[in-house]
Design a protein around this ligand. Structure first.
Ligand SMILES: [Zn+2]
Length: 66
């Protein structure tokens, strides 16, 4: 458990998270409801950014094979 967290947020409240790529909030009350772990494991992203990241990663993987 990280230090300095608001105790109210720990008590069962879902805290909105921010998409790493486009910085929109993701959570119950927001347009995006489900945060998706980023493909590279750093933070979370919204669905649209996830798709675009996966596509970018696939393209890079194909290129690095050559
Ligand atoms: Zn996003």
């Amino acid at each position: 458990m990280p230090q300095g967290e608001n105790p109210r947020e720990r008590a069962g409240q879902t805290r909105p998270v921010q998409c790493r790529e486009c910085t929109i909030f993701i959570g119950e009350d927001y347009q995006e409801k489900v945060p998706i772990p980023a493909p590279d494991g750093k933070g979370v992203v919204c669905w649209r950014c996830y798709e675009s990241l996966v596509r970018t990663a696939e393209r890079q993987a194909t290129q690095s094979e050559r």
